[in-house]
Design a protein around this ligand. Structure first.
Ligand code: ZN
Length: 632
């Protein structure tokens, strides 16, 4: 993207400001465009421009790790700088100030030189990467050449004495060819399970690869079993957790598996023939020819960066701070967290280019307000934080509270914006008004004067960056549209749907709140759940849950999540597709560590609320959306 194309693009976005009606009218009379543009308030133009730029295709859906996300950060830094803010991060090692606070974001497998081919079986096979096979993270690194042995489903000690392997089978130096899942019936379902559990625990990668590892293979070819009644056979996996050491594992599509067996079975049988034999029991078949499979797998640590801009305080209060945050990242092409699946740009205009726009506007308006404070006035510092990697688990804000630039005790208030671009009918939700003693009374007059209908929520519910601060005992106010929309986490969250007037009213309201919080002499005192609730409602009592999930779970050791033991039919969890043996890892983007933790989160919810959860099924993380049903 050249400098001049950026300039043209930014100018052209201004045209989208007029309403459709205005533009139609303008077509009849050229002067109307001029009038419409002249009448559009500057603040609305600015709000519009920030959102349109950040949700443009050049920003690639602002996925951490992409060039587009770098552009988005640089855009925010430019405007922080223009506003006269200072770089807000101080590197503890060098003492240097910078705009970006980098943090590690897990590691990713980088695959190269992948190969899957067969020679010496008559017809040579060269399978096509991405179309027919993938090298997976299930195994290790390296390219292996060897003879192939079909091992059926690779199951030890199944029900009814089912056993894939004969005694003393040793696969040393050879490549195991394995079917995914477990013995199937005519419909392609499991022979061993009832409805609630699609496959038994014998079908998991951990179990199957454990069984084959005992026979010491040099590599594994895993075939997505043709005919299995499971959507996952249609997708090749790459990034998975490792289940077998030192052995490369390639996954084949059902069609590639069909070609492989057709070319290599010595008796000319098809993969369906071998599968039916494996459905019955032990089926070990030596295949023709030599396979060459594997590639290089390299673990690469990924980094993300929060953008921090500082408005330094004045006088006695300068060591304290009001933090204003909003996440800058989104879902990229929807590989993670999309409600529609991957492959299309997720512009994230409302989620959360709108909140980032608010940060840039508040940086400027607050700096101006600070310049106009009377001589000798005291004001807290204001830190504007465009958090990174929120969508994958509040990673940026969690890193910040672990590595803060102000003492956590000195944080007066944390304000968070997430989806303020579509405040329809001027209805804005603000959560956390009771997270500090007396805050709701203090803030209400500002709500009343805002021209918005502010729907308040006493606690700071909702899975966004303020949750990281609330958990550390810091008062929060969280702003989000009161009436949720269906474009959330889809490619349809586009800039043309933004309500600029209500967005700007929201920004103006929080200018007042931030300035009030930064200049009031008293520090807010955090109100924890017990004191907050008990002062008004008498003695603390367990709250009845308004929603029901329909799950029985068991805690995994070391806070690794909750394993699903049972799913009630037609419950919230069942409708969302949660299955027995799934592990719930994250709830509303925060790691879920205990059952008590889950009950606490459920207590914050109303029927109809939607919650994003991350589950692990067969070594692969999946995002699901729960629409909470009412408790009976
Ligand atoms: Zn968001």
């Amino acid at each position: 993207m050249t400098r001049s194309t950026i300039r043209c693009f930014i100018a052209s976005t201004l045209v989208t400001l007029g309403s459709a009606a205005t533009v139609t009218a303008a077509a009849e009379d050229g002067d109307l465009i001029r009038e419409a543009m002249n009448e559009a308030p500057i603040a609305e133009r600015v709000f519009n421009e920030h959102i349109t730029v950040l949700s443009s295709p050049w920003m690639e859906g602002r996925l951490p790790g992409t060039k587009g996300m770098e552009y988005a950060r640089d855009y925010v830094i430019y405007w922080f700088d223009q506003a006269g803010l200072e770089p807000g991060w101080v590197d503890p090692a060098t003492g240097e100030r910078s705009w970006k606070q980098p943090f590690p974001l897990g590691s990713e497998n980088i695959f190269t030189d992948q190969v899957a081919s067969v020679s010496g079986a008559g017809e040579d096979l060269e399978l096509e990467l991405g179309e027919e096979f993938e090298l997976t993270g299930l195994g290790g690194d390296g390219v292996v050449e060897g003879e192939m042995v079909f091992v059926g489903y690779s199951i030890d000690d199944g029900p009814d004495d089912y056993q894939s392997f004969p005694e003393d089978l040793d696969l040393e130096g050879r490549i195991a060819v394995m079917l995914r899942f477990e013995p199937m019936n005519e419909e392609g379902g499991s022979q061993w399970t009832e409805r609630a559990r699609r496959w038994s625990r014998k079908s998991t990668f951990a179990s199957k690869f454990g069984a084959v590892a005992d026979r010491n293979p040099a590599a594994v070819i895993l075939i997505n079993t043709p005919g299995a009644d499971d959507d996952r056979v249609g997708t090749l996996m790459k990034n998975t957790s490792q289940v077998i050491d030192d052995v490369p594992v390639v996954m084949l599509t059902p069609e590639a598996g069909r070609r492989l067996i057709a070319a290599t079975d010595t008796e000319g049988r098809s993969i369906d023939d071998l599968r039916r034999m494996a459905d019955e029991g032990t089926t070990i078949v030596d295949l023709k020819g030599t396979a060459r499979v594997g590639g290089r797998v390299e673990k690469k640590t990924q980094y993300a960066e929060n953008v921090l801009g500082l408005l330094p305080g004045k006088g006695d209060l300068a060591d304290e701070v009001v933090i204003i945050g909003g996440h800058l990242d989104h879902l990229g092409m929807g590989d993670f967290g999309s409600r529609r699946g991957s492959g299309n740009l997720h512009p994230g205009a409302d989620d959360n280019a709108s909140g980032a726009a608010a940060l840039m506007m508040l940086g400027e308006s607050l700096r101006k307000a600070y310049d106009e404070l009377p001589e000798g006035a005291s004001a807290r510092s204001v830190l504007l934080a465009a958090f990174d990697a929120e969508e994958s688990g509040l990673n940026g804000s969690r890193y910040y509270v672990d590595n803060p630039t102000f003492d956590l005790d000195d944080i007066q208030l944390m304000i968070n914006f997430d989806m303020i671009g579509r405040v329809t009918n001027d209805r804005l939700s603000v959560s956390g008004v009771d997270s500090a003693n007396g805050m709701s009374e203090w803030v209400q007059p500002m709500f009343d004067a805002s021209g918005l209908e502010v729907v308040t929520n006493s606690r700071g519910g909702g899975g966004s960056d303020h949750a990281s601060f609330l958990r550390r005992g810091i008062p929060v106010l969280f702003a989000i549209c009161a009436d949720f929309h269906d474009d959330y986490h889809t490619p349809d969250d586009t800039p043309d749907k933004i309500y600029r007037t209500a967005g700007v009213k929201t920004v103006d309201l929080f200018h007042e709140i931030a300035l009030g919080a930064s200049t009031r002499s008293d520090k807010f005192e955090f109100a924890n759940e017990e004191t907050g609730a008990s002062r008004r409602q008498g003695p603390a009592r367990p709250r009845a849950l308004k929603v029901r999930l329909g799950l029985r779970t068991r805690e995994l050791p070391d806070g690794a999540g909750l394993r699903v033991m049972n799913v009630t039919e037609d419950s919230t969890a069942d409708v969302a597709g949660i299955q027995v043996d799934d592990v719930i890892k994250k709830w509303a983007k925060i790691p879920l560590k205990s059952r008590a933790d889950l009950v606490g989160r459920l207590a914050e919810l109303d029927p109809g609320d939607e919650v994003q959860v991350v589950i692990e099924r067969d070594g692969e993380e999946q995002v699901m959306f729960l629409k909470m049903k009412a408790a009976p």
